[in-house]
Design a protein around this ligand. Structure first.
Ligand SMILES: O=c1ccn([C@H]2C[C@H](O)[C@@H](CO)O2)c(=O)[nH]1
Length: 139
């Protein structure tokens, strides 16, 4: 984690907040919105979607990425994870793995809250020595 903050465009912050407001979280009541910037400069978003069978819940970050992939976007330069919690929300382990698939190791992952507080990590800080498509090349 670095102490330096990232200047986020209003459009990106608004997308993350909009996603947050769409979260389907009737079980945990923990709403999460994610917005990612593609390397082409477009913005994609996703919210967490829970399920009565709890284990099928999908996090905001993975829904954001899947939403982009279906629209032909697979390269990203930054992701914002927005919550309205005092404690900033880092991505869970599963999301770190999925983020590693599509983001470069030095891409910033920004946790943001309603007080405009931020925590910033790089993808490789969150998941060092990630299993990547590179490993499959020797198969
Ligand atoms: O980084 C995270 C962590 C948790 N959640 C969701 C999953 C679940 O719906 C709720 C509580 O874990 O928050 C996310 O969307 N992203």
């Amino acid at each position: 984690m670095t102490d330096s903050k990232i200047t986020l465009s209003q459009e990106l912050v608004d997308a993350a907040k909009d996603a947050y407001n769409k979260a389907y979280a009737p079980y945990s009541h923990f709403h999460v919105g994610a917005a990612a910037l593609t390397t082409k400069g477009t913005i994609v978003k996703g919210c967490n979607v829970e399920n009565a069978s709890y284990g099928l819940t999908v996090c905001a970050e993975r829904n954001c990425i899947s939403n982009a992939v279906i629209n032909g976007e697979t390269q990203f330069s930054l992701i914002v994870i927005y919550t309205e919690q005092e404690q900033l929300t880092p991505p869970c382990g599963a999301c770190r793995q999925v983020i590693s698939e599509f983001f470069k190791g030095d891409a910033p992952v920004v946790a943001l809250n309603h007080k405009n507080q931020q925590k910033v990590w790089t993808v490789s800080e969150l998941l060092p020595d990630a299993f990547t498509p590179q490993q499959l090349l020797d198969a």
